[in-house]
Ligand binder design. Sequence first.
Ligand code: ZN
Length: 427
Amino acid sequence: MEISGKREFDLLKKIGFVRMAGTEQEKQAAEILMEEVRSIGLEPVCEEFEIEDADITAAQLEILRPYSKTYTVTAYKLSENTPAEGLTAPFYYAENMTDADMANAEGKIILVNGFLSLDLYRKIVKSKAAAFITMSGNMLETEENSDLFTRTLRSTMREFGNMPAANIRMTDAFDIVKNGATMAKLTVVNTPKKLTSRNVIATVKGTEKPDEVITFGAHFDSVEFSTGVYDNGAGSVINMEIMRHFVNNPPKRTVRFCWFGSEEIGLEGSKAFVRDHEEELKKDVYMINVDVAGSVIGYDIARVVATAAATSHADAFMKRKGYAVDVKQDIYSSDSIPFADKGVPAINFIRFGHQIGGAFIHCRNDVIDYLSPESLERTTKFILDYSDEVINSAVMPIDRTVPPEMVEKVDKYLNKKALEEARKDKK
Ligand SMILES: [Zn+2]
């Protein structure tokens, strides 16, 4: 049966609504995917898992000196609460938290640049700041054409400590720094709660080597404010089309399809999957992950979390077939990470774009207008062609091993060393 970009695009439109981790909408998207799996002739399995979340009841920043103004902020979910009436403290713009900034932050409400990496967070904790504020967005945004995101202080971060935290628009941060704020009052109140998220799984049994399993993965959740069609409704529908092919053309090896929930909050779906199927994973020989695709303007890449030989094999395949795919050995921030962490080698297919070329992620601009059936179909065809080569090989062409140079990158990505240090410090 032919691959149909149009059919993929139609399914993508059906799931093209905001579907945040653990929400009713994420569940609804899972049901649409399960219905599609059934229509192709397989019985899907839905596996639930628990995630952390919080209800925010207050979030506000007031500058008290040398001028007086109230700014909209969002609270970091699961950060510590301020008193209900707010926390008043000196205000300090700590930029990138150099040693000089760290020495000057104690007891203050600090503002830091940009993205909260674990490294930056550790410095903030160490500085004994009273609370911190991150900024997001850019100076060209207006309140009408952009959204202020609610961040979460993930469990990995909380291992190092906790304090009240908020996120502010870049334009407001600019205003505050330009006007030389020195005293502020921050109010952050939130209540932790648990939500249920889910993975959808369907399996096509191998005809000759049923005990060798290849998993296709794609996350189907989105972030706040985003219809998540590029990231990653596209990968979800690509895998559905590939599943349709293997149902109609039974593979030699077993092929498992996983649509993961809660990827956007820290790969929670794939982490739950490898945790709940640890024993079964011994049969897993390879993982094929698709995360972001379908953009009209863009370029296709493959990142191989396997041996250099497996990378060369994939690269040679693409070149021989004349597919325009840049293949390199590297990790990629997506659901292949937990598999690689359990020793299952993987390949990630990604159609990158340009932030101003319509390939928007994690914002309200990730919409179907910038994607096309033709783009989806082209990417699906080379992923299927490559996968078919691997899945139906007489002998598995990829060693079932994650080499040390990739293990090192996976461990770093998962902050293993830093977490070990944090746990040692607690003892
Ligand atoms: Zn994604």
